[in-house]
Unconditional design. Structure first.
Length: 148
């Protein structure tokens, strides 16, 4: 099952004011699909074929959860991505001090390029989801409420 819920279904524009760079495996690339980052940095780095230099020095592995499917996979987030505060039960949250905390949501960008000479790894941009849309999307999801 692939993550299919996208901006087009909500007739909304992404929050293009804030985006960051990441790498993803080809089989985990779903343009416009939304997800939450559910882990801090994971102490694991891939060794993809055809990439023999220190490319991974600029990225951290984190686990993400796709909305709608609940599929959990890895995303290689650029070190310079300015992520919000991490809360173990929820993942990254916008304001950890709020009474009603919820995970921050992101959207996979539509544009990609192969990373270096490796056709199995894509360089992508990730956008944050606007707060009002995030609230609506999370009303449909219950995985994050179970951990509160």
């Amino acid at each position: 099952m692939t993550p299919t819920h996208s901006r087009a279904q909500d007739d909304e524009e992404p929050n293009i004011d804030y985006s960051w760079q990441a790498l993803t495996d080809v089989e985990n690339y779903y343009p416009n699909a939304r997800f939450a980052i559910i882990s801090p940095v994971v102490d694991w780095s891939p060794e993809p074929a055809d990439v023999r230099d220190s490319w991974y020095a600029d990225y951290n592995t984190r686990m993400i959860r796709w909305l709608n499917t609940g599929e959990v996979t890895q995303l290689f987030v650029a070190h310079d991505a300015d992520l919000s505060a991490y809360v173990p039960e929820l993942g990254y949250v916008i304001d950890p001090d709020k009474e009603r905390r919820q995970p921050q949501l992101f959207e996979m960008g539509r544009q990609f390029s192969p990373f270096g000479d490796n056709p199995q790894l894509y360089d992508v941009h990730v956008n944050t989801v606007r707060q009002d849309l995030e609230d609506r999307l999370l009303q449909r999801e219950d995985w994050w409420r179970q951990s509160q």
